[in-house]
Design a protein around this ligand. Structure first.
Ligand code: C2E
Ligand code: CA
Ligand code: CA
Length: 750
């Protein structure tokens, strides 16, 4: 049973949990994508600021260089100006005069040379035939050279030069730059010396390398970078190439290259001297050492947020699920047995219809006389019976069966069964006919209806109906019986469909006619009244009510039909009141379907008033089974009927199990003892059950009538037990209206 319960929920939940996992996956993927974009954005943002930083740095370095160079140039101008002013007599004098300023202006030495490249240095060397001296003599302004050989060694140096006239000769003044000093300018700002800066000329030759690692003269920066960073990937090479082009075109720029799992930012900035460039290179961990940490924190945060979102999502889902489960259990689960209820059966049963299987069955089980058991043992005990049966039967059902309790004492099963179904039915009888409850052995009888689902069946309610119809064939047998829906029933169903499709039209066409069956006083055999019984005249044939009344009760058409019949009877009574001075008391059948609406009687009152009928001349027949329906407050209903002035008969008494003591509290005028009683009775015996009923009825002031009296013998018996009235073929069958009117003319009545 528990397993069943779980099964119920599992199928209800399944599609939902799929959605949940898809949602979580969706949230996860979206979060990852968002995180990726976020981190990328942060990276880009950080890199951008790194770019800006490094560019700014390069600019500062460049302008620092410019400043130094400009002041050096100016110093050279000053020297030449003072020579031109004639302050000095000899070249040595000139050199001596300015020698002390060398350090201040970061020069290593001064040199004065003639046009042949020969001369002296401030530190006492003589120079002969300095190469390419012409280049210097061609310059008018102060000139700063690229790398040149030193005047005193083979080292490469950078030289300032300026020509001048001295004692009629054209000379040139050299000031050799102290490269160490420039290096300091380049280094000073570079991340505690961890970055790298190069000064290059337009062709890319390295003039100064801040680290001093480039020793070879006239090394090209681009080749140097290729080697240093082992640039193989095309993107880096393309960037280097782009830098080359940009520098040729006097443009500045930044890019990065990847090497040894680090990123190196490279910026090239123009110096406004000789088209030189300052190139700054810095690894990312120097420039943005916060970045990895920042990224890690961001990632952690993203991860945390994803987990939090998923957690909240799951929490809300779990809450919802709990709520849903509660609602579902209310909507779908029978609290007594834990099986599904009728709604669940109808819903879940649809899935079974979709399965393409040969031997599918709908089986309904009705516990016989369950109401009587309830009266005898009480509700709690009977609930145990229901539980036991549901447990025992569930156990023996084939796999994948569905068993539900669809009403008070009716179970419905849908199952696949490839063997002879009668075997399963026998097994069901076996496990449910003898129960042990609270140490008490209870013998049970059940009726089973079976419908083998045809392959094209699509309506579970119809399947259930067919199984019910099959069961109704053995109604009242009160033993372990089953009935399998067969062709005969199929035809019945077809007939029912025919009736349903034509009933409304038939009512309009007045095809429903009232027949009257006389009721006779036992004492003097005079007319006591008549019962109005409906007949359906269709295509020259008369259909008896048992063919359509049960169906009309099911589809509620009886509500319309009963009122229609009631109105016809009222019309007839008012006519007879005129014709014969007085009409006899007429009994009219009222289906219990009316009782679902408390105010149904108002309609009856309205019609009776319309035809000015005295309501105490109308007797409403209400079946005994209606008085036993626990869903309606029958006493209240009968009291209102009585208040309105109608007479009340309890019809078919004895077919149900209501006790006479129960009827004592109801405002009843007549008890109609069912035909089955007279049929079953041994008329010759003395202490008959009818005898007893009549006796008690007299005692509580209720009149009695026996229906279905067909023989004189039966009449004599009724007379003997002093039952008040008789209805039956012995006196008259139900008569057509004109025939009944004839009967009225020939018989006296009060
Ligand atoms: P019922 O109310 O028990 O009516 C008595 C039934 O017994 C009638 O059957 C009547 O023809 C039949 N009957 C009377 N005397 C004898 C007899 O001596 N022998 C036999 N074998 N039968 C006898 P009928 O007219 O076929 O009606 C069947 C049932 O249909 C009625 O049973 C009643 O429950 C229902 N019914 C008839 N007319 C109406 C109606 O207008 N409204 C409602 N709600 N039900 C109606
Ligand atoms: Ca009746
Ligand atoms: Ca009856």
């Amino acid at each position: 049973m528990n397993q069943k319960k779980k099964y119920i929920f599992s199928i209800i939940r399944k599609p939902k949990s799929k959605i949940v996992w898809i949602s979580i996956l969706f949230i996860f993927v979206i979060s990852i994508i968002l995180s990726y974009f976020y981190i990328n954005y942060i990276r880009k943002f950080t890199y951008k600021s790194v770019d800006n930083n490094i560019a700014e740095l390069s600019k500062q370095t460049a302008s620092q260089l410019e400043l130094t160079i400009t002041s050096q140039k100016q110093f050279l101008e000053l020297i030449v100006d003072s020579i031109n002013a004639g302050f000095f007599q000899t070249e040595k004098e000139i050199l001596r005069q300015f020698d002390k300023e060398l350090d201040n202006y970061h020069f290593t030495r001064f040199v004065i040379l003639d046009e042949s490249g020969s001369g002296i240095t401030s530190d006492g060397h003589t120079v002969n035939n300095y190469p390419n001296i012409k280049d210097f003599f061609e310059q008018e302004e102060v000139y700063l050279s690229d790398n040149r050989p030193s005047t005193v060694s083979n080292n490469q140096v950078n030289i300032y030069s300026k020509t001048f006239w001295f004692k009629g000769q054209k000379k040139v003044l050299f000031a050799t730059i102290n490269m160490e000093n420039y290096k300091q300018i380049l280094l000073r700002r570079l991340f505690n010396g961890k970055g790298r800066t190069y000064l290059i000329n337009k062709e890319g030759s390295i003039l100064i390398d801040s680290f001093g690692t480039v020793n070879e003269h006239s090394t090209i920066l681009y080749d140097h970078l290729n080697q240093e960073y082992q640039l193989k990937n095309t993107k880096a090479l393309r960037n280097i190439d782009q830098m080359k082009k940009n520098i040729m075109n006097n443009k500045v720029g930044t890019f990065d290259i990847h090497f040894n799992k680090s990123i190196y930012f490279i910026h090239y900035e123009k110096v406004n001297i000789n088209d030189w460039y300052v190139v700054t290179i810095a690894p990312d961990n120097i420039i943005a050492k916060e970045l990895p940490l920042f990224l890690r924190i961001s990632l952690g945060l993203c991860f945390f947020m994803i987990i939090a979102v998923i957690f909240i999502f799951l929490y809300i889902y779990a809450l919802n699920e709990k709520q849903n489960r509660k609602l579902y259990s209310i909507a779908y689960v029978d609290p007594i047995t834990g099986l599904g209820n009728e709604t669940y059966f109808k819903e879940k049963g649809k899935d079974y219809l979709k399965v393409n299987a040969k031997n599918k069955y709908v089986v309904t089980i009705d516990i016989n006389k369950f109401k009587a058991l309830n009266n005898i043992y009480g509700y709690d005990f009977c609930n145990q019976i229901l539980k036991q049966i549901s447990k025992n039967v569930s156990k023996i059902l084939p796999e994948n069966s569905l068993m539900c309790r669809i009403s008070n004492d009716i179970f419905a099963i849908i199952c696949y069964y490839n063997k002879n179904i009668e075997k399963l039915l026998e097994a069901i009888f076996n496990v449910s006919s003898k129960l042990v409850i609270e140490d008490q052995v209870i013998h049970m009888n059940i009726s089973i209806g079976v419908y083998k689902i045809s392959f094209d069946e699509q309506d579970i309610v119809r399947c259930l109906d067919k199984s019910d119809i099959a069961r109704s064939k053995i109604k009242g047998l009160y033993d372990n019986y089953y009935y399998i829906f067969d062709e005969e029933l199929e035809e019945l169903l077809v007939e029912e469909q025919r009736i349903e499709s034509s009933m409304n039209e038939a009512l309009k066409r007045q095809e429903f006619k009232v027949f009257y069956q006389p009721k006779i006083y036992t004492k003097d055999e005079s007319l006591a009244g008549a019962e109005a019984l409906v007949r359906w005249h269709r295509n020259d044939s008369i259909i008896q009510p048992n063919k359509f009344i049960p169906l009309f009760e099911k589809n509620k058409f009886i509500l319309k039909l009963d009122l229609y019949i009631f109105e016809q009877v009222c019309k007839d009574i008012s006519k007879w009141n005129l014709l014969y001075n007085k009409a006899p008391i007429i009994s009219i059948n009222v289906s219990k379907v009316h009782f679902q609406d408390e105010h149904f009687i108002d309609e009856y009152v309205k019609i009776a008033d319309k035809y000015h009928i005295e309501k105490n001349r109308i007797d409403l027949e209400i079946t005994e089974s209606a008085t036993m329906d626990s869903n309606i407050d029958i006493v209240k209903i009968l009291n209102t009927i009585k208040e309105k002035g109608f007479m009340i008969s309890i019809d078919d008494f004895g077919t149900g199990y209501s006790s006479l003591s129960l009827l004592q509290n109801m405002p009843i005028d007549i008890l109609k003892i069912d035909k089955t009683f007279i049929d079953k009775s041994d008329l010759s015996s003395n202490n008959n059950i009818i005898d007893y009923i009549v006796l008690i009825s007299k005692h509580i002031g209720v009149k009695t009538i026996v229906e279905g009296i067909e023989t004189r013998e039966q009449v004599e018996f009724i007379k003997k037990i002093e039952c008040d009235m008789i209805q039956g073929y012995y006196y008259s069958k139900p008569l057509k209206k004109d025939k009944f009117e004839e009967y009225l003319r020939n018989h006296k009545y009060i």
